[in-house]
Design a protein around this ligand. Structure first.
Ligand SMILES: C[S@@+](CC[C@H](N)C(=O)[O-])C[C@H]1O[C@@H](n2cnc3c(N)ncnc32)[C@H](O)[C@@H]1O
Length: 218
């Protein structure tokens, strides 16, 4: 077994110090989310995860990006900031209430023109997506029991060498306990098993946030 460094709170703080600082508006959005939704703010991706998504979107030169699970718009703002002016981020969510917290921040950051929000079950939105233009990058962070469906709906729309990123694949370690049989935990287990050995992709699970699986379409 290769030697790995376990993440302690001290090491996590060290990690946070060793990265590009969070944009001021992103920090404000994070704080407003915490004030307005309390403990549910834990659904937001972490700061370094947002930066990681922004770097990925920029590095592959993505123009067409899809997000499944927008919440108060933090991850969307990170990805949209990496798009060119004519790029497009399609955000899928079912909550007007939560997404309306983020929309003013998208406007203030000058990103509104690049972001289209669809309030509908994400699976309906994904299945209705045209094949052209193809998707360059998608980030999935919504209901876990649909992860396999999201993967199967997105992959045909993704360009060769496009990337899919699925959040929470370590699921706080809950999926390791066989006694956990709730729908979300089962969904994460099924997704992790489902993509293994798929000849259409290559995949790696990264220890970022609550676990992030990155998939490249071959
Ligand atoms: C974990 S949060 C997303 C967090 C967001 N990516 C961020 O970093 O701030 C999950 C979101 O998925 C949305 N959601 C749940 N089920 C959905 C569905 N079937 N279709 C679309 N969105 C859904 C919820 O409304 C919620 O806003």
């Amino acid at each position: 077994m290769a030697k790995i460094t376990s993440l302690t709170q001290d090491l996590y703080r060290f990690m946070l110090r060793n990265r590009t600082a969070e944009d001021q508006l992103l920090g404000e959005l994070r704080r407003e989310t915490e004030e307005k939704v309390g403990a549910l703010a834990g659904m937001m991706i972490s700061e370094e995860q947002g930066l990681f998504l922004r770097i990925l979107v920029a590095a592959i030169g993505a123009r067409q990006v899809v997000e499944v699970g927008t919440f108060t718009g933090y991850s969307a703002a990170c990805m949209a900031a990496a798009l060119p002016a004519d790029g497009r981020l399609l955000c899928c969510d079912v909550s007007e209430e939560w997404t309306s917290i983020g929309a003013p921040y998208w406007r203030r950051s000058g990103l509104s023109d690049r972001i289209e929000l669809r309030i509908a079950p994400a699976l309906d939105t994904l299945r209705a997506l045209p094949a052209d233009p193809p998707v360059d990058f998608a980030f999935v962070d919504a209901d876990k029991h649909h992860y396999v469906d999201y993967f199967e709906a997105l992959l045909p729309k993704l360009r060769t060498n496009g990337l899919l990123a699925f959040d929470n694949v370590m699921w706080h370690n809950w999926m390791m306990d066989a006694a956990n049989q709730d729908a979300e935990t089962i969904g994460i287990r099924e997704f992790n098993d489902h993509i293994l050995g798929d000849p259409r992709i290559e995949t790696v699970m990264l220890h970022v946030g609550d676990g992030l699986t990155l998939i490249r379409k071959l």
